[in-house]
Design a protein around this ligand. Structure first.
Ligand code: ADP
Length: 197
């Protein structure tokens, strides 16, 4: 974008503390940023965690990769540039939702370290919990619940993470969950035991 824009930030009057004093919002909002291979369990655990938080009376919501690509990001593909824009938009939306008082759970492969670090800086490092859902390529490929690995192996899907496009391992995730061995329930418990609500 090159044109000069006369856009000025308009500061609202309601503080975060005031918003959090409302019923149902008595917790510090933050973002759980899930990352991991396709099939690692991001969506499954994100929605199970949402279920659990709601039953504890905590306002939260999920931003799910495939779902967002049906709407907000339907114009984006899977080139590195489009993946970056996908993550940038989601991080901005997550930040808005967090400021509205929600715990936000994002479920995106987010394979590139630079993109995850961009998300961290958009959201603010103090609010950002990087959660690495660690399941080996072998486990994810054996699950292949959507048949995508089979298509990627046969060349039907180009640039597929783990097969023909890289997944850059998180170097210092806040939380790592191994979904190969744990039940979905224990993954959720382990996540909850790692954060202060
Ligand atoms: P992703 O969103 O990472 O692509 P999904 O959640 O769509 O992954 O799929 C993960 C699959 O693995 C689901 O079929 C789920 O039932 C299965 N699964 C088995 N064990 C676990 C576990 N501990 N955590 C999450 N998913 C698991």
């Amino acid at each position: 974008m090159t044109e000069k824009r006369e856009v000025v930030w308009h500061q609202g009057e309601v503080s975060s503390a005031e918003r959090q004093a409302l019923p149902g919002f008595r917790h510090q909002p933050f973002v759980f940023w899930f990352t991991g291979l396709s099939g690692a369990g991001k969506s499954t655990i994100a929605f199970a965690l949402e279920r659990q938080l709601i039953s504890m009376g905590i306002a939260c919501c999920v931003l799910d990769g495939d779902n967002i690509r049906h709407g907000l990001n339907r114009d984006l593909g899977f080139s590195p540039l489009d993946r970056k824009e996908n993550i940038r938009r989601v991080a901005e939306v997550a930040r808005l939702m967090m400021h509205a008082g929600l715990i936000v759970i994002t479920s995106f492969i987010s394979p590139f370290r630079d993109d995850r670090s961009m998300a961290r800086s958009i959201i603010g490092t103090e609010h950002f919990r990087e959660v690495y859902l660690n399941a080996s390529l072998d486990v994810c490929e054996r699950r292949d619940i959507k048949g995508l690995y089979r298509k990627a192996r046969s060349g039907e899907i180009p640039g597929f993470t783990g097969i023909s496009s890289p997944y850059e391992l998180p170097e210092n995730p806040d939380i790592t969950i191994d979904t190969s061995f744990l039940t979905i329930d224990s993954c959720v418990k382990s996540l909850l035991s790692n954060v202060r609500l």
